[in-house]
Design a protein around this ligand. Structure first.
Ligand code: GLA
Length: 406
C-alpha cells in the first residue's frame, strides 16, 4: 500500500521540482487500544501503529530554504526559510511541516541545509488516527535519513529505540509549542515505536515501554469512523485536562509536601477516601483515569499470556468508563460500539483518541473482519442515518526511512 503512496509522492515531486527524490520515509497512523486520556495524567497506555501511512520523498538542496508539496491537497505548495520560523504564520498541513523543522532545530541544532519534499498519505484525516503525528514522524525521519540533522545518520540505518524516543519528544514539542495543541506523548511514541502484530505499552511517567504480541494470527484492528465532526474536540480536550488538574490541586492542598503532581500520584483508595469532598465532576474524571490505568495493566498481562479475549473485554470496559465517567463519548460513538457488539468476530471495542467524535477501535477475529465491517456499516447507518467509513487494519511497524535506489 505504501508503494502506491510512494509513487504518488514521487510523481508530485517530479512535477514540482523536475528532479528525482533521493530519500523516502514513511510513518504509520495509530490507534489507542487502552488508556484513554491517561497519557497527560502520567498514566499507562496501550496503543498500536496501524498499516495506514504518510510517505515523504525528497532530497536536500543547498541554502536555507525548504519547499514542500502536499500530493493529497491538490499539490499545494509551501516554501519557507528554515531559520527563524515564526510560530503563527502558517495553517493546516504547512503548520505541521514547519513545526517539525522548528522543533528538530530546537532539539538537535541548526539543519545542515535546505530540502525539497513531497508528502502523500492514506491515514484518514481528522478521525482520531493521528494523521498529524504520522505526518510529523514521516518528516522527522526524512530529515534524519536525508542527513540534514546534525548528528543524524544519512541513509537507511534503522533508528535505534533511544533515537526514536528523542524524536518522539521533539515531535511532541512541535505539537505543543508550535502547533499549539497540549497533547501527551502517546501519538508520537506510537507511530515511531510500532511493530507488526504487536501492541505497545507506554508508562507516560517513567517512559518505560514494552512491545507486546497481539497473538498469532493477530486479531484485526477495525477502525470505524463515525463521520461526525470534531468541531468541539479541542476545547473539550483542554477542559478535561483542567478537570483532572483540579483533582490534583485538591490532593496537593490536602497533603502539602507529598509531591502530588499528576493523577498518577493518587491511588484508587485515596480517591475513594476523598470521594464526598471532591467536586462531582473532577472525581468522575479521576475515577476514569485511575481505573483505566488498571485496565492497561491487566490488558498487558492478558497479552503476555496470549489471552486476547480478556483484552477485548477490557477494551469494552474502557469504553463504558469513557462514556460514563470521562464523558467524552457521543451518541454516534456509542451507536458504533453497540453495532459492533452484535457483529461477527467482535472481541472488544472503544472510542479511540480524544473522543466526542472520530473513531472507535475494535479487535475482531481475523477471519471475520470483513463480515464484521459489513454488519457495523448496515447497523450504524440504520441507527444514525450516516454511512460510516470502516478501515480493516493490522498492527504495523513504526516510522522508517531509506535512500531511494536508482
Ligand atoms: C488525543 C491526544 C493524545 C491522548 C488521547 C486520549 O489523541 O493527542 O495525546 O491524550 O487524545 O487518550
Amino acid at each position: 500500500m505504501s508503494v502506491a503512496l510512494e509513487a504518488l509522492a514521487e510523481e508530485a515531486f517530479d512535477k514540482a521540482f523536475q528532479e528525482e527524490p533521493t530519500v523516502v520515509s514513511r510513518a504509520p497512523g495509530r490507534v489507542e487500544l487502552l488508556g484513554n486520556h491517561t497519557d497527560y495524567n502520567g498514566g499507562l497506555v496501550l496503543a498500536a501503529a496501524i498499516d495506514r501511512f504518510t510517505v515523504v520523498v525528497g532530497r536536500t538542496r543547498p541554502g536555507r530554504e525548504a519547499r514542500a508539496i502536499a500530493a493529497n491537497f491538490d499539490n499545494q505548495k509551501d516554501e519557507f526559510a528554515i531559520d527563524g520560523l515564526d510560530r503563527d504564520r502558517s495553517e493546516g498541513w504547512r503548520r505541521y511541516v514547519r513545526g517539525v523543522v522548528w522543533a528538530v532545530q530546537e532539539n538537535y541544532g541548526p539543519l545542515r541545509s535546505g530540502f525539497d519534499l513531497a508528502i502523500a498519505g492514506n491515514v484518514p484525516l481528522g478521525a482520531g488516527l493521528s494523521s498529524s503525528a504520522s505526518l510529523q514522524a514521516a518528516l522527522g525521519v526524512f530529515l534524519l535519513a536525508a542527513g540534514v540533522v546534525p548528528g543524524g545518520e544519512a541513509g537507511s540505518t534503522p533508528l535505534s529505540d533511544p533515537e526514536r524516543m528523542r524524536l518522539a519528544h521533539t515531535l511532541r514539542k512541535s505539537e505543543n509549542e508550535y502547533v499549539g495543541v497540549g497533547s501527551g506523548l502517546l501519538d508520537q511514541f506510537s507511530v515511531l515505536f510500532g511493530r507488526e502484530n504487536h501492541a505497545l505499552m507506554l508508562d507516560c511517567r517513567t517512559l518505560e515501554y514494552e512491545r507486546l504480541p497481539l497473538g498469532n494470527p493477530a486479531p484485526a484492528i477495525v477502525v470505524c469512523d463515525s463521520k461526525t465532526a470534531r468541531r468541539l474536540a479541542d476545547g473539550m480536550y483542554n477542559r478535561r485536562r483542567e478537570e483532572c488538574e483540579r483533582v490534583v490541586s485538591y490532593f496537593q492542598r490536602l497533603r502539602p509536601g507529598a509531591n502530588v503532581t499528576q493523577l498518577r500520584d493518587i491511588s484508587p483508595e485515596d480517591l475513594q477516601a476523598e470521594w464526598d469532598a471532591l467536586d462531582p465532576v473532577g472525581r468522575l474524571r479521576a475515577r476514569h483515569v485511575l481505573t483505566e490505568n488498571e485496565r492497561v495493566r491487566r490488558g498487558a498481562e492478558a497479552l503476555k499470556r496470549g489471552d486476547v479475549a480478556t483484552f477485548g473485554k477490557l477494551m469494552s470496559a474502557s469504553h463504558r468508563s469513557s462514556r460514563d465517567d470521562f464523558q467524552n463519548s457521543s451518541p454516534a460513538l456509542d451507536a458504533l460500539i453497540e453495532a459492533a457488539q452484535q457483529s461477527p468476530g467482535f472481541l472488544g471495542g472503544k472510542l479511540s483518541g480524544a473522543g466526542w467524535a472520530g473513531c472507535t477501535v475494535n479487535l475482531v477475529e481475523p477471519d471475520k473482519a470483513e463480515a464484521f465491517a459489513d454488519s457495523v456499516r448496515i447497523e450504524y447507518a440504520r441507527r444514525m442515518g450516516i454511512e460510516p467509513a470502516i478501515h480493516v487494519c493490522h498492527a504495523a511497524d513504526g516510522a522508517s526511512g531509506r535512500a531511494i535506489q536508482v
